[in-house]
Design a protein around this ligand. Structure first.
Ligand code: SF4
Ligand code: SF4
Length: 81
């Protein structure tokens, strides 16, 4: 089952906002327990659940780090672009 955010990131006047990013969230799927907390907290709607795992849309992720901060098992690392 695929779960997508209620609010979709879309091209607006700022176009794709992923290029604003300085740090990129990287998911370690070995550690991920598929709790979907990152999906719930992402303020940009940039995380979808695809085939029961979180997938980040780097076209719109702004690299705020909230997902990494909220992940209960620290499966998301912020790495410099
Ligand atoms: S870094 Fe921020 S914008 Fe990017 S996926 Fe995580 S919570 Fe969403
Ligand atoms: S919050 Fe962490 S453990 Fe939960 S789905 Fe996201 S990456 Fe996986």
């Amino acid at each position: 089952m695929n779960i997508v955010p209620l609010a979709y990131p879309q091209k607006g006047s700022a176009k794709k906002t992923g290029y604003w990013r300085i740090f990129r969230p990287k998911i370690n799927y070995e550690k991920c327990i598929k709790c979907m907390i990152c999906w719930l907290y992402c303020p940009e709607g940039s995380i979808s659940i695809i085939n029961n795992k979180p997938v980040i849309d780097y076209d719109y992720c702004k690299g705020c780090g909230i997902c990494a901060n909220e992940c209960p098992v620290k499966a998301i690392e912020m790495v410099k672009e």
